[in-house]
Design a protein around this ligand. Structure first.
Ligand code: PEP
Ligand code: MN
Length: 452
């Protein structure tokens, strides 16, 4: 079960891209020793359950909705942002269930999405007339976003603090879900606070109400008819995911469990490898190849057919169902040119294809604000779906950066957020997220289109 020559620390023999510039390796070791001694966040049976659902998504029987912040922060580990994220994911999934007539697998980019890769390792700003250069912000697992030497210093204590906050987040999510918050029979419980509802256009609100009423009527009818699958359709589960970037952290939480072969990364159900760390001879691919978890790999427009073949060979040599997910993030302009050869290269190997329409569509405004346009995001999704239908493959899911909060980070959508409006409430420390209304709107557009 464990591949040859692999052990949780075998990645250390390979070059690790994006390794944070820690100054005190002994302190990193102390932090990972602490992590290795603590109880895990998730269990192997939850991981196996997700793998079986992903196997069904691969076969076209389910659809995956994966979403959350670009960079989760410790400061946002508060009840309202967490509950709102859960609510928007629930509302979107309801729209998708209704539109696609398929159960939706909900996977949050949360409870551990604290490590960020950066194109630039250092950042220079003018502070009080002087040029100041500091390490970039690598996510709360490493340092802090504030632009002071103290905040930007990679502090190994953040590894343990990040783990604690992931545990608090997950505990709250589990309590809400177990307490019936996520029951599909009571979608009114997912309404956001009144102020947030006001942000929704009247049309979108009405469409959502109509759909949720339809779904509820349908559900009651099926129950009255004794339809067995209803249980399956209405049971709401949440899974967690994050980029498995910080290998000291990830490997400290990777363990053997009783009565199951192999090693599980018990920090999350679904870890993924980012576009910047997917080198075949690199530390990340080495680490991921030995995990029993399902694993994702982000694929950008420069991915070659050979990369795809070798990633499959290395990460899923046994062609295990539900094991390998390719999250394509081509950018609207590149999808049609770059995606077909990747689908062809994968051939008949078992792969779940998910579209991330966010990361290939980021640009900066003239005043230097990082944003994404709603139209480009939608276009990326639509073109990706077209390429899949032409190739005869199934687009099995979507991956969004979003929040239930009323932020102004992506331009466009029905509310017509303009570049000038971005500064009103731009809260992301990293990439721009879809706000509540934009997220729900996108779910409707996608559902409508996929229903054909
Ligand atoms: C991300 O998901 O936030 C990210 C950095 O994506 P990618 O690796 O695709 O660039
Ligand atoms: Mn991002």
């Amino acid at each position: 079960m464990t591949p040859q020559d692999w052990f949780p620390q075998s990645w250390r023999t390979r070059p690790a891209a994006q390794a944070p510039p820690y100054e005190d390796e002994a302190a990193v070791q102390r932090a990972t020793d602490t992590l290795a001694s603590l109880p895990p966040l998730v269990t192997s049976w939850e991981i196996e359950r997700l793998k079986s659902l992903l196997a069904e998504a691969q076969e076209g029987k389910r659809f995956v909705l994966q979403g959350g912040d670009c960079a989760e922060t410790v400061a946002d580990c508060r009840p309202e942002p967490i509950a709102d994220k859960l609510k928007i994911l629930l509302q979107m999934s309801l729209v998708l269930v209704h539109g696609l007539r398929r159960p939706v697998v909900r996977i949050g980019r949360f409870a551990g999405q604290y490590a960020k890769p950066r194109s630039q390792y250092i950042e220079t700003r003018i502070v009080d007339g002087k040029e100041v250069t500091l390490p970039s912000y690598f996510g709360d697992l490493v340092n802090r976003v504030g632009f002071t030497a103290e905040e930007r210093r990679p502090d190994p204590a953040n590894l343990v603090a990040g783990f604690h906050h992931a545990a608090l987040t997950l505990n709250f999510i589990r309590a809400l879900v177990d307490g019936g918050f996520a029951d599909l029979h009571h979608p009114h419980q997912w309404d956001l606070a009144f102020t947030r509802e006001a942000a929704l256009s009247a049309e979108l609100r009405a469409e959502y109400e109509r759909m949720s009423q339809n779904l509820s009527d349908g559900m009651h009818l099926m129950e009255a008819l004794g339809e067995a699958r209803i249980e399956e359709l209405t049971r709401v589960e949440f899974f967690t995911s994050h980029e498995g970037l910080n290998l000291p952290y990830e490997s400290a939480l990777t363990r053997e469990v009783p009565r199951r072969p192999g090693h599980y990364n018990l920090s999350t159900h679904l870890p993924w490898i980012g576009e910047r760390t997917r080198a075949l001879d690199g530390a990340h691919v080495e680490f991921f190849r030995g995990l029993r978890n399902p694993v994702g790999v982000k694929l950008g427009p420069k991915t070659t057919a050979d990369d795809v073949r070798q990633l499959i060979e290395t990460l899923n040599p046994e062609d295990e169902p539900g094991r390998l997910i390719f999250i394509t993030r081509m950018g609207a302009k590149h999808v049609e040119n770059e995606l077909p050869r990747l689908l062809e290269a994968a051939g008949r190997h078992r792969v779940l294809w998910i579209c991330d329409p966010m990361h290939g569509n980021t640009h900066s405004t003239a005043s230097g604000i990082k944003t994404r346009s709603f139209d480009a995001i939608l276009e990326d999704l639509e073109r990706t779906q077209d390429v899949h239908s032409r190739a005869g493959t199934w687009l099995g899911g979507v991956h969004f950066e979003l929040t239930g909060q009323d932020v102004t980070e992506c331009v466009g959508g029905a509310a017509g957020l303009s570049e000038e409006g971005l500064e009103a409430n731009y809260a992301s420390p990293c990439d721009p997220r879809l706000n509540y209304q934009q997220s729900l709107e996108l779910a409707f557009l996608l559902a409508r289109r996929m229903r054909g």
